[in-house]
Design a protein around this ligand. Structure first.
Ligand code: PLP
Length: 331
């Protein structure tokens, strides 16, 4: 298990979510009400792929890659007195984000400036926030990015949150924390954008998978599987820290290895070690145990699936077909 259990996101029992002296900005996500100016009735509104509708009626598919993988980008624009503020800068950043993840969308053709103007008019909100969200669109769930998928484009118009005057006057407190963004790979989270970008590149370059290796050369795992090396009859796997997903299949591989008397060492190793392995394989719920016979442009061992890999796969399948039924589980 991860060594640190009390990181951000974990709220210790008895602690307060928000100090009472720090009221949250009002307005975001609240039910319809009247704007500060009281000139405009508030109607939260959405524009989804070309159509305006009330926000609660806008629906996207559960197959949407935004929902499945966090495969998308967004932008937020403040509307003051009915005018979107710094719109050009926001749209420029949006274009940079679109380009950075290779979204197949022509932002100019979307006519977002016109959509925003019309949405602000329709919503009647003088003080609003406009969210633009563009995802890769809906498709059957696979990591590698399908080509030619129509993106999902959503623009929402909501009342602008109001920072209470008291907060403005007194200022706020902040806590410091470790920079953990994208560092907690042990969480099986749906924010898989780095994984799908890398997987897609691997497939486009003719590889089945890609192995994440740190700047220091440490081998971690692949985009959707754990990795093992076999050297001199011994199995080696990266340690189950916060930096990798603790695979259920990985744990079964350990059980299988014990049953067939293959010793295992759970200790970090470098790419050189993996390259020099006699065998290598990856493991996951859907792939089971799958031999890796080539890394970059070099064969692993003699370039064929090795005997220990085969033995462990057989053992895994035997266990899956005849193993304990679900009701025998502790959970
Ligand atoms: C990044 C990553 N590592 C490892 C695994 C393997 O985990 P499991 O054996 O539980 O399927 C997965 C599975 O999706 C994964 O996404």
């Amino acid at each position: 298990m991860p060594s640190e259990r009390s990181g951000p996101g974990r709220i210790p029992r008895g602690s307060r979510r928000l100090a009472p002296e720090h009221p949250e900005p009002e307005g975001a996500g609240s039910s319809p009400r009247v704007s500060q100016t009281r000139r405009f009735p508030i109607n939260a509104l959405a524009w989804l792929n070309g159509e305006f509708c009330p926000i609660h009626e806008a629906k996207v598919s559960i197959e949407d890659r935004g929902f499945q993988f966090g495969d998308g980008i967004y932008e937020v624009i403040r509307v003051y007195d009915g005018r979107p503020f710094l719109l050009e800068r926001h749209l420029e950043r949006l274009c940079r984000s679109v380009a950075a993840i290779g979204l197949e969308v022509n932002v100019e053709e979307l006519g977002l400036a016109r959509v925003i103007d019309e949405g602000v008019q329709r919503s009647g909100m003088a003080e609003a926030v406009v969210y633009i969200q563009i995802t890769r669109g809906a498709a059957p769930r696979i990591h590698d990015i399908p080509r030619g998928l129509p993106p999902t484009v959503v623009v929402t118009f909501r009342p602008a949150p109001v920072v209470p005057a008291e907060l403005r006057e007194r200022g706020v407190s902040v806590m410091t924390t470790r920079e953990i963004r994208w560092a907690n790979c042990y969480i099986k989270a749906i924010t898989l954008l780095p994984n799908i970008l890398v997987r897609t590149e691997a497939r486009r370059r003719g590889y089945y998978e890609a192995v994440f290796v740190t700047d220091q050369g440490e081998v971690r795992e692949t985009t959707a599987a754990n990795i093992f090396a076999v050297r001199q009859g011994r199995l080696r796997m990266p340690p189950r820290t916060q930096a990798v997903l603790h695979g259920i299949t990985q744990s079964l591989v350990l059980d299988c290895a014990a049953r067939v008397d293959v010793p295992v060492e759970e200790r970090a190793f470098h790419l050189d070690f993996l390259r020099a392995a006699d065998e290598a394989f990856i493991s996951s719920t859907t792939l089971e145990v799958l031999g890796v016979t080539r890394i970059d442009d070099q064969p692993v061992g003699d370039g064929t699936v090795g005997p220990i890999t085969r033995r462990l796969h057989e053992e895994l399948v035997r266990h899956a077909r005849r193993g304990p039924c679900r009701s025998a589980c502790a959970v």
